[in-house]
Write a protein that binds this ligand. Structure first.
Ligand code: HEC
Ligand code: HEC
Length: 342
């Protein structure tokens, strides 16, 4: 900050020495946003501190997030697949990009990512700033390039204005694009579900079914779907049906380690009511189908998670427990975040 202040005062000094009397100094006003970070959430990803969301950085990021010119034929934006009312996921089994091309995996929700240390189903990215290039260049998603994107938007007056406001001049650079999208994503915090309000003692209470479901969740799910994010961010093979696409190997795609074959990052369960279908390639239509699958028994393998292996490859659940679990999971819906009536 000190450094910036001294650079600024130097600029002012230089300007005041110039003999252009009509010069009106413009102030670079772009305050940091106050994010309202929930007290019970885990630590922020450390890259957040190198790219702290600002008023105009976030405004620019949000605009870029809905920019269809990111795709080769100007038809697909980030928000084509990441839709707010679905917690920034969608309802396709597999992601669908330009020309209806079908991708490898199900589109995950974008929420509370500022608190995550691994991104994507296999944790292939460690920083949000490194992620936006992936969909831009992926053949099945936007099939473009960053130079093409910059070329398409750099002379657009709306962007010139926003880049200037966010970064002090109108230069459209790759890093500014990535950083502002990441800043926008940092603001996508979901922490106002019924569950959260009960945790904060704000006067609401669970129904009997929800309360029963919360107890079962504690016993049978919370060892993996833990913390306020409902994920411990570990990678595990839980024996879900296997993606027929031979490109898939789960976490082993990143590590090359056979021990990680078909392991996936434990997904959050927040807003899960709104993100069907489920699983890494959308193999389950409903939450009930996921629970039936756990109950009937999962696919055995050498690296199956011990929690399942030590229990005959299953998580036994009665029909009543399933109903109650689903009732509890529904309390994780945050209508304010989803932009729905609440
Ligand atoms: C064609 C649909 C599609 C488009 C377009 C798309 N995404 Fe995604 N997004 C996905 C899928 C599928 C994944 C999961 C990829 C994986 O696990 O390999 C994903 C993963 C992500 C993640 C990681 C989420 C997590 O839980 O770790 C972020 C962040 C993200 N996308 C942001 C973006 C941004 C920003 C854009 C625009 C530049 C974008 N996406 C465009 C489908 C899409
Ligand atoms: C051993 C760790 C573990 C346990 C225990 C566990 N899960 Fe999961 N869960 C995972 C992992 C890992 C995935 C992703 C697996 C995949 O897609 O292949 C997952 C996926 C899910 C999904 C799909 C999420 C989505 O966005 O697609 C739901 C729903 C779910 N689990 C609910 C539960 C419930 C309810 C329980 C308790 C009955 C439970 N899980 C117990 C690790 C676990």
């Amino acid at each position: 900050m000190k450094k910036i202040a001294s650079v600024l005062s130097m600029i002012v000094l230089i300007m005041s020495c110039s003999n252009d009397d009509n010069y009106e100094p413009t102030t670079f006003e772009n305050p940091e946003l106050d994010l309202n970070i929930p007290a019970d959430f885990p630590l922020l990803n450390s890259s957040f501190y190198d790219n702290i969301p600002t008023t105009y950085g976030v405004e620019l990021g949000e605009k870029l997030f809905t920019e269809k010119r990111f795709s080769i034929d100007n038809s697909v934006s980030c928000s084509s697949c990441h839709i707010q009312t679905s917690a920034f996921a969608d309802h396709n089994s597999l992601a669908i990009g330009v020309e209806g091309r079908v991708g490898l995996r199900n589109t995950p929700p974008l929420q509370n990512l500022a608190f995550m240390n691994f991104y994507n189903w296999d944790g292939s990215k460690l920083q949000l700033e490194n992620q936006p290039l992936v969909p831009i260049i992926t053949h099945e998603e936007m099939d473009s390039s960053i130079l093409e994107v910059i070329g398409k938007i750099e002379n657009d007056p709306e962007y010139e204005d926003l880049f200037e406001k966010a970064y002090g001049d109108e230069d459209v650079t790759a890093d500014r694009i990535y950083n502002s999208i990441a800043q926008y994503e940092y603001t996508l915090i979901s922490a106002n579900s019924k569950y959260d309000r009960i945790q904060r003692n704000e006067g609401e209470t669970y129904t009997t079914d929800e309360a029963q479901g919360a107890l079962i969740f504690e016993q049978k799910c919370a060892s993996c779907h833990s913390t306020a994010l409902f994920t411990d961010q570990s990678f595990r093979n839980i024996g879900f049906p296997i993606n027929p696409n031979t490109e898939e190997a789960g976490r082993a795609r990143v590590t090359g380690d056979i021990e990680d074959y078909m392991s996936f990052r434990v997904p959050t369960l927040r807003n899960i009511e709104h993100t069907a279908p489920y699983g890494s390639f959308g193999q389950f239509e409903t939450l009930r189908a996921v629970l039936d699958y756990f109950d009937n028994g999962v696919i055995a393998s050498d690296n199956l998670d011990p929690i399942l292996k030590d229990n005959n490859n299953r998580i036994p659940l009665t029909e009543e427990e399933k109903t109650n679990l689903i009732a509890f999971l529904t309390t994780l819906s945050d209508n304010e975040f989803l932009g729905l009536e609440y």
